[in-house]
Each structure stands twice: as structure tokens, then as C-alpha cells.
Design a protein around this ligand. Sequence first.
Ligand code: ZN
Length: 68
Amino acid sequence: MSYSTTKPPLVPCPNCGTEQIWDSNNTFRPFCSARCKNNDLVAWANEDHAIPGQPLEDVFSEDLDRGY
Ligand SMILES: [Zn+2]
């Protein structure tokens, strides 16, 4: 099995799974497009704000106690 260094690697988009050529010039990498990049950020933000079993007030008070 030979490996060509001239062949660019294919990476799947984390959002839609579409395989794409890894390009360091692609500002959306590892995503295939701005749409997928934005979708992932939105999903990440939504998960980050949803803290199961812990009211938001408790989170804020803990942060204050730590001196944040
Ligand atoms: Zn995508």
C-alpha cells in the first residue's frame, strides 16, 4: 500500500459528515461550509447553557464565590 503525500486528506464534516478535502485555506475547517460551522456553534452553545439538575442561579452564585 503506497501513500502519496501529494494527495490531500479527506476529512468528514463534523456537522453533516460530508467528506471534504482538508485545505488549510478553508476558514470553515473542519466544517465543509459556514452553514455547518454556525450550526455546530449553535448546538454547542445550547448544550453549554443547558446544565441538567442545576438551576442557573446556583451556577452564578458559585462563580461569584470563586471570585470570577
Ligand atoms: Zn458540513
